[in-house]
Design a protein around this ligand. Sequence first.
Ligand SMILES: [Zn+2]
Length: 151
Amino acid sequence: MVVARAESLCEYCLIHEEDTFFGCEVDHIISEKHGGATDEQNLALACLFCNRNKGSDLASLAPGTDRLVRFFDARSDQWSEHFRLESDGITLVSLTEIGEVTARIFGFNEGERLFERDTLREMGRYPTAAAWRRIHGTAGGTPPPWIRKRT
Ligand SMILES: [Zn+2]
């Protein structure tokens, strides 16, 4: 269920499960340590990088402040409201404080991850059509043909 709903994508960095060397795991959005339930509203698919960097954390401090900001919630938030894909096709840019703390703690733009994404981009595997729809949101229309071929 979790994998199908996520269209086999990491719901955070949008890499396809089959394209990431370490695969994906089921993430508790609110970790069990903090009382999060194992039900579908609290579960998301996450690649190993995102999931391991997140750990059992729920939030981080907004830059230069002592204000706690929660992470992106794959169940209630729209990806395209909090992040965008840079024109280089590999860097994930934050649009909100929620996006910022998520991208930083999850390590979205760490060197090895940019390298992995760049390799996939050259192979036509990043973003996939499903990832493209999340990047562009519901108003994005149909993915362009060169992306539609990438399933
Ligand atoms: Zn990820």
